[in-house]
Each structure stands twice: as C-alpha cells, then as structure tokens.
Write a protein that binds this ligand. Structure first.
Ligand SMILES: [Zn+2]
Length: 328
C-alpha cells in the first residue's frame, strides 16, 4: 500500500512538473514572439537580428560598442546643383553621374577620401552637364571597368563640348561601355544594379534618364536621374516592382517629376534630394516637398545637409550620416 501511495504521489509530481514545464515553455514562446513582433515593427518589417533579440531581453553586453560598419553605403555627394551618387559595396564602387564641371576637384577629392581606387561601374543617367560635367576628370583619376550609357538614340545627339569631349575620352581610353537596356543587371559585389527604365523617345534629354534599382542584402535604392512624370507613369504602367528603402528625388526635387503615384509605389524610408544651395531653378519645388513629406519618409537635402550617406548597420537598422548640420 505504502509503495502504491508513493507511486501515485510520484506520478502526480511528474504530472505537475510536466505541466510546469509546458507553462514555462509557453511563456518563453510568448516572450520570444512578443520580442520578435515588437522588434520587427521597429525595423519597419525587417527580421530581427540575434543582437536585437538579446538586447530586448537585456542580455546584450552593455559595454559593447555600437556597430557602425556597413558593407553597403549610398553616398549622395554634395556637388552643388547636380547629381553624383557613389554606391559602395564591400570595397567595390559604382558612381552614378558626376556633377557639374566646377565640382570636379571636390568630387575627385571626396572619392579618394571614400577609399575609391577604381570604379567597377560608371553610370551616365543622361547627358546634361549637371550629371556629366566632371565625368572626364573622374576618368582621368580612377580606372573604370565599365561605363553604362543611356539610350542616346531616343533623343537628338547632344552637341555640348562637355559631352563630345567625354565621349572622346571614353573612346581614347578604350573603356568598355554599354548602352543600357531595360532588364539589364550589373553586378557590384554581392549586390545588383538593375535597369528599370531607359526613358522614352523625346526632345527632352531628361526623359532618356536611366532609372535603376540597386539591391544588396536588405537595402534597395531607387534612382531615376532627371526622368519626368511621363517616364514615371510609363514605368508604373509596366508593373515593375519599384519598392525601395532609399529614393533619390528625381530631377533635384522638381515638380515635373516625383508624382504621388510613384512615391506611393516606391514607399521609401529615406529620401535624398541632390540640389545646390539657393539654386536658380528653385529646387526642390514646393509640390515635390509636399509629396515627400506626405510619404512619411525621412528627408535629407545636399543643399542643407551636405553629403548624405545612407546604409544599413550590422544590426539591420537603417542609418543616415550627414557631413554637416542642417542649416537653421
Ligand atoms: Zn539634373
């Protein structure tokens, strides 16, 4: 009898222990789930990293330095009124556009300071001087593996001396160059630069601007040179996936581009506007700024913030560094 009673007691204990284990497991699962959901929300839908999970439970090392390095960075270089964007991926570089002629010295100095020793890709969105002005000086200072050109057959051939001298320099240096086609994919490290649009048949050189999407890891960067509303509408009508984390304001924030529909589709977290301080075009225009503000994205401007660097840190969080404080 005594042994039977003990047996029943130990069975009851086993059952109680089992229930306690199940309850603990459920509590741990619920805690993990709530950590996962709340971090994912903070990340804007991105998966939490192990560091973030440990941090949520107060288990991360408080003495550890915040991670600051990143393998992919988008540099919106302050070239005054113009565009020049450096994409950096694990020590490899692509440059999209190269500002006006008077930006040459500061652009070359910036590229050198950013550690550029050669460019894997050099992209000309379209042949206006505020995008190609310093491209020849870039070729003179850095070896370039490949040049990506817009479809120059879609518009009258530009006759500016900046353009003709640049094309001569490309030929003389025998740099492989390719006319971009929709769907072309160029590799930069573990990322890809995809051509989404090559514009339309036009008299307006802005509208042969190349629209590209750079994608690496958790980062998507959309850029469209000076492409205007007609090109944006065509691209959206094609059903192309334009969603991106980082959006370069088209045409320096002009009201002739940057439609509400495009911003809705891109749905960026970060908008970078490349324009000169007190520029004569009034860029960025009020209508575009209203669209950008309504999108809910963080807005940065080279005329106010200087050079803007956007990247994803090792914890998977989007970060932006600017070279000078926003003007009062
Ligand atoms: Zn421009």
């Amino acid at each position: 009898m005594a042994s039977g009673g003990k047996k029943r007691q130990s069975e009851r204990e086993r059952k109680q222990k089992m229930i306690a284990k199940i309850i603990s497991a459920v509590i741990i699962l619920l805690l993990l789930l709530s950590a996962f959901i709340s971090i994912r929300e903070e990340n804007g839908g991105a998966m939490p990293t192990m560091e973030q999970m440990l941090d949520w439970f107060g288990l991360s090392d408080p003495g550890a330095a915040a991670p600051v390095s990143a393998s992919t960075k988008i540099h919106f270089i302050d070239v005054g009124q113009g565009d020049s964007v450096l994409i950096e991926q694990d020590g490899l570089f692509a440059l999209i556009d190269a500002g006006e002629r008077d930006a040459a010295e500061s652009l070359v100095a910036y590229l050198q300071s950013a550690g550029v020793d050669r460019l894997s890709l050099l992209v000309m969105t379209h042949p206006h001087s505020d995008h190609i002005g310093s491209m020849r000086q870039v070729l003179e200072n850095f070896p370039v593996d490949q040049i990506i050109l817009p479809d120059l057959n879609k518009a009258p051939i530009p006759t500016s001396s900046t353009f003709t001298k640049l094309m001569t320099a490309i030929r003389d240096r025998k740099i492989p160059s390719v006319t971009a086609r929709v769907g072309d994919v160029f590799t930069l490290g573990n990322g890809t630069l995809t051509v989404l649009s090559t514009g339309i048949e036009t008299d307006n050189l802005n509208n042969i601007s190349l629209t590209t999407l750079y994608e690496s890891g958790g980062l998507r960067y959309y850029s469209s040179g000076d492409a205007e509303k007609e090109v944006e509408r065509d691209l959206l009508a094609s059903g192309t996936d334009v969603h991106a984390d980082i959006y370069k304001a088209a045409h320096h924030g002009s009201s002739t581009s940057n439609t509400d529909e495009l911003l809705d589709a891109v749905h960026p977290r970060i908008i970078a506007i490349s324009c000169g301080k007190d520029n004569s075009y009034g860029h960025p225009h009020r209508e575009a700024m209203e669209t950008f503000t309504a999108s809910g994205a963080d807005i940065y401007r080279t005329d106010l913030n200087g050079t803007i660097i956007a990247y994803v840190d090792e914890a998977g969080m989007f970060q932006v560094h600017v070279s000078k404080q926003e003007a009062a």
